[in-house]
Design a protein around this ligand. Sequence first.
Ligand code: GLY
Length: 316
Amino acid sequence: MKPVIVVHGGAGRIFKEREEGSRAGVARAALRGYGILKQGGSALDAVEEAVRSMEDDPHFNAGCGSVLNEKGEVEMDAIIMDGKTLDSGAVSAVKCIANPIKLARLVMEKTKHMLLTDRGAHLFARAMGIPETPGEKLITERSRERWKKNLEPDSNPEEFQKDLGTVGAVAIDSEGNVACATSTGGLSNKLIGRVGDTACIGSGGYADNHSGATSTTGHGESIMKVVLARLILYHMEQGLSPEMAADTALDYMKTRVGGLGGVIVVNNSGQWAARFSTKQMSWATVKDDQLHYGIYAGERHTKSVDEALTFESEGF
Ligand code: GLY
């Protein structure tokens, strides 16, 4: 099987000043994940590495770029899933952790459970030797400004849904195993303890070698209502291509519950899709040593991996 990786940096509205950074961030994440796949590494390692790269990039609403809850704190959700075994691990409402996706993977591999939340997740992180990152280090000036603006009495609650920036990755490796990973700071000014789609299996992501893998982004409550990730795999099981399955599920979410979002998909033959019903979604993929990436509908840049790696060292 030829390896493939697809990543997203969130669906919604990407402000002009963030466009270049978002394009570079998704391209870099896809290249990192692909590097692992090319050396014979697993889809699980590839998606974890790609998501970790975006958690470390302040352009995205995950890890160090996370939006803030109603009290001005970071609370993050993440999930990872192995399509070979259907094992998955997730964390929700975690603070002071630089890479929630790593913690989600440890939940999958080192516990009998699938989801740890808040205090329990922190106790587990400590037991696993994951260092605490001071909350302030995960807060950007942009997140703080956004939070303050949303507290103003005349702020528009609809703004909470824009510029979402959740990150995710799906991959198939040379052995034909698929995996997905998703990580987010959630919605700006959310209630303390709000858990979104990202941590919920079947909503924020799903992976099954029998069909493929998907990672979602967008309005979490809408995604949970239609269990978007599993719905896409269901459509693929009925014979639809990744693109048709993604569009059918996104249309359903829009017409049934008025929700917008985006998805990345790979099927077990290595066909992929990056589709969204929002104005924008940053995405990138690498297949056959070719990197493709874009933000707007219809936008697609292509570079060879060698050329792209040169760009990367120059900062894109
Ligand atoms: N899809 C991210 C969230 O709503 O939390």
